[in-house]
Write a protein of this length. Structure first.
Length: 381
């Protein structure tokens, strides 16, 4: 694996640790200063809008990709500095907007678009690319498990202490971006037919990913946390423990993804594993039991993210290399944008009938799986 690939994977690992801390603590920090569940959901939605604007804006900036990463990192660090130095709802929202930070717990940033492009360029051979994207995503979920463990073992600490730790990790990311090599994105001339085929794939994938994200927005980390808090009165320590197991299971499954995709192909890996996970997602609220709810959540995570490395490898193989940064940015932006209404809709569902949250989310994601397979089942990938 290329050194730059390893450094970019470490950057994402640090960034996901921060996002996980923020997603898990948001409902507790905000409720602690008197914010109700519906307004917490709206703040999560605002964070999605802000991060989507960041992805769109930075994808349009006509500067090099490395300067973009450095500017993004500087804003990220500034936002986290604001979070741990100042307290209250005004400073909290200002920090989220300044850094373009999503409270979903997921890394939907322009950083990801550039990193995926770089890894796709660094790792030319398909098996190497599949493995590299597995490592890239494994680090993400391993760090999320560490973030959950930190909350579980140190739940009695003040939440701003976690934010201070996140600030120092963001500084390391800034330094790392200064050292890493980003391949130059050279535009090449393409035929009209090739451009048309490329545009069709990007359009179809954009539409499909939007369906998946509509459901995903209902079950982002902070919304799952809020659901367990409302339905079972789960404490922050219990939530920390739940997400330790969630992220450990997910991290292991991410590593297995490259093995499965090498044997079964990228498309079938994406669809079969994702479909199984969504059946378990629907089962979470069926029986009103805190233990069974956790068990179905863990079962869901055994295959829930296996499609992610396969999807990264799929899009960064299917799309021509000179179009990948823009396409990756578009996919990130679309996934982020269509998750935005999820927390608001989810907040209303939680007020009306909480079990419906997972049923609606799982149902829409199953529709995505079937449509994706119908379109790409004959693909050679």
């Amino acid at each position: 694996m290329h050194l730059s690939t390893a450094m970019l994977s470490l950057n994402r690992t640090a960034r996901t640790f921060v996002f996980s801390i923020l997603a898990l603590t948001a409902p507790y920090y905000l409720s602690g200063i008197g914010i109700s569940a519906i307004y917490i959901a709206l703040i999560i939605m605002v964070s999605g809008i802000s991060s989507t604007i960041f992805v769109y804006g930075f994808s349009r900036l006509r500067i090099g990709e490395k300067p973009k990463l450095l500017v993004l990192s500087a804003l990220f660090s500034s936002a986290l500095f604001l979070l741990f130095m100042f307290h209250g709802i005004t400073f909290y929202i200002a920090a989220i907007v300044l850094g373009g930070i999503p409270l979903s717990g997921r890394d939907f940033t322009h950083n990801q678009a550039v990193e995926q492009y770089s890894i796709g360029m660094n790792e030319g051979e398909r098996r190497s690319k599949n493995f590299a994207f597995s490592i890239y995503n494994f680090g993400s979920y391993a760090s999320a498990a560490i973030a959950s463990a930190s909350i579980f073992f140190f739940y009695d600490a003040n939440i701003p202490v976690f934010y201070e730790l996140c600030f120092f990790l963001s500084l390391l990311q800034f330094v790392s971006y200064g050292l890493v090599l980003i391949p130059v994105n050279i535009k090449r001339k393409v035929s009209g037919r090739e451009q048309k085929v490329k545009n069709q794939d990007v359009s179809v994938l954009t539409w499909l990913f939007s369906i998946d994200s509509l459901g995903g927005g209902l079950v982002v980390t902070s919304m799952i946390t809020l659901w367990f808090k409302i339905v079972y009165a789960a404490t922050l320590s219990q939530i920390g423990f739940i997400f330790i197991l969630v992220n450990i299971v997910t991290a292991i499954s991410i590593i297995l993804s490259s093995v499965i995709s090498n044997r079964m192909g990228l498309v079938r890996t994406m669809v079969y594993t994702h479909l199984i996970s969504n059946v378990f997602l629907v089962m979470i609220p069926i029986i009103h039991s805190f233990i069974l709810g956790q068990i179905f959540l863990y079962l869901r995570q055994t295959t829930s993210q296996m499609d992610v490395p396969a999807r990264d490898s799929f899009t960064n193989t299917l799309i021509p290399q000179d179009q990948r940064i823009q396409s990756n940015a578009r996919f990130v932006m679309v996934r982020n944008f269509f998750q935005i209404p999820g927390p608001a809709i989810g907040g209303a569902i939680l007020e009306f009938y909480p079990p419906l949250l997972f049923i609606v989310a799982g149902g829409s994601k199953i529709i995505y799986d079937l449509l994706f397979f119908g379109k790409y089942r004959k693909s050679a990938l």
